[in-house]
Design a protein around this ligand. Sequence first.
Ligand code: SF4
Length: 368
Amino acid sequence: MDPIAVYVHTPFCPSKCGYCDFNSFAMDGEIIDRTVKAICQEILRSSLRGAPAKTIFFGGGTPTFLSGEQLDSLLKAVFEVHPPIVGCEITSEANPGTVDASKFASMRESGWNRISLGAQSFLDSDLLRLERVHKAGEIERAVLAAREAGFDNVNLDLMFALPDQSRHAWRSNLERALALEPEHLSLYCLTIEQNTAFYKKNLRGELNLPDDDSQRDMYEDCLRICAEQGYEQYEISNFSKPGRECQHNLCYWYGEAYAGYGPGAVGCLPLSPDLLRYTNLKHPERYCQAVENGDPIPFESEIIDVATQRTERIMLGLRLNKGVSHEGLPQGALAKLEQRGWIGRDDQRVWLTAEGRHFCSEVALELI
Ligand code: SF4
C-alpha cells in the first residue's frame, strides 16, 4: 500500500472558545478515557491497516487536554496500523494552557516530533475576549518547554482582525511570535461562523470587528514582516522557515487521500480512480456507542469522482504559492484573470499574485 497521511481527532477542550466551530466539546471525566479507547479500536480495525504513515497529525479539540498515557496509547495504535516512514512528520496541536515540560517530554518520548501551539494572541485582553483558557505568558513558557523536551519543529497559530484589534496591536503580536523563533507560523483572519457564540454577539452588534480595509492591511503586514524575518509564505495563511512547511497540510492541499480517526474526523480513502470521503459521528457519546457496538462509525460519505477531484485540486492548489498546473484550464479565463493582475503563469503553472490572494475563491470559480 502507498504511504498515506493520518489524522486523529480528539474532541475535548477545557472550555469552548467563543469563535470556535470545530468539533470540540467541553467535557471531562470518564467519557475521555472511553473515547480514547474507542479511537484506538477504530484505528486497529482500519481497512487501511498496513498503509505506512507519511505524516501523522493529532488535532481537535485540544489533544494535549488528554494525559500523556492517553496520548501515548493513541499514537501506539497509529504506529501499529500505519508504521511511520523514515522522516514521518508527527504533529500534535497543543493549547499553551494544557502543557508543561513533563507533558512535552512524555510526548517526545512517545514519538511526536512537531508541536502546533494555538497561541492566537499575546494580549491577555484578546485572549479573554476570545474566551481562550490560556494567558499570554503561557505561550512563551510552552515554547520553552517544547524546546527543552527536544522539539525542533514548532508552529504558532495566530489570529488577526480580532474585536477591537488595531493594526499596531496586530503587528506587535506578530513580532512577539517571531521573537520566539518558531519554525512555522499559521496566520488566520478571524472568521465569524454560524452556531458560535461570536455569531450571536456579532448579530447583536457586540463585536467591534476591523473593517475590510483594516483586515487587508493586517494581512499585508503578515506578508511583509514574515518575509523580512526569513519566513517563506507557501500557502495563503502559512509561512515557514525554508524546508519547514507542514507536510501533513500539504497532503490536503494536494488533494491526496488520508485516513481520519476519531469523533467527527474526516477521511478520504483511495478507491482508484475515485476517492471515498467520509465523516465520522461527531458527538463523543454516539461515536463511542457505534465503535463499541460494531456499528458504522461514519454518518455520511460521498464518492469523489475524477472530475470533482480536479475541481478540488484547483481550489486547494491555488492556495499554494506555487499554484497549480495550467493543463486543461480555460485559456479565456486565464487571460482575463492575468489582465486583472490576479494570477501569474509560466508555461506549466498558474499561481495567485499578491493581489490575487485577496480573491482566491473568485479565481477558483473562474477556472473551474
Ligand atoms: S481550543 Fe480550539 S478546538 Fe478548543 S474550543 Fe478553543 S478554538 Fe475550539
